[in-house]
Design a protein around this ligand. Structure first.
Ligand code: HEC
Length: 135
């Protein structure tokens, strides 16, 4: 019995999953990126007819062509990732104007979606625009 436990412990310890980085946290890692780089445009007031990233409910939607902005576990099918990984001046490239998220930020978003795109409900999941652009 005892040796079985030792074997289990050894296998668990050698398992690469044991050494992997902590999962991406929406609140700590993703929310600040969307708040600083996206939500001043992508909110219900500024771009009324476009996707809003203020809450999960508003963000987990499809565009007119039927493509989703966020597909849990499938970053390659998520418009958010496609837009962020499109080269500058490409019609899909985002943000349309203004500072871009860093490569690390984009990698975080990609990993967050791959891990299931967990976007909490309630206050934690709500993103307030830092400002509203004036026309
Ligand atoms: C300066 C304003 C602005 C900022 C900042 C901005 N966007 Fe956009 N975004 C737009 C506009 C305008 C459109 C619509 C473009 C169109 O219809 O051709 C759009 C469209 C999109 C689309 C959709 C395309 C589709 O075909 O449905 C995605 C995805 C997107 N934005 C993601 C982001 C993300 C992620 C950020 C933050 C990193 C961001 N945007 C920042 C203005 C902005």
């Amino acid at each position: 019995m005892r040796s079985r436990f030792v074997l289990f412990a050894t296998v668990a310890f050698l398992n690469p999953a044991f050494c992997e980085e902590a999962p991406v946290s929406f609140v700590k890692d993703i929310k600040p990126i969307l708040q600083e780089r996206c939500v001043h445009c992508h909110n219900r007031k500024t771009l009324k007819d476009k996707v809003s990233f203020e809450t999960a409910k508003l963000a987990f939607v499809k565009n007119e062509a039927g493509q989703s902005y966020l597909v849990p576990a499938k970053p390659d099918e998520s418009l958010m990732v496609i837009a962020l990984e499109s080269p500058d001046m490409h019609e899909m490239a985002m943000p349309m104007v203004g500072p871009k998220p860093t490569k690390e930020d984009v990698a975080f978003i990609r990993r967050w979606i791959a891990e299931g795109a967990d976007w909490p409900k309630g206050k934690e999941g709500r993103i307030k625009p830092t400002f509203y652009p004036k026309e």
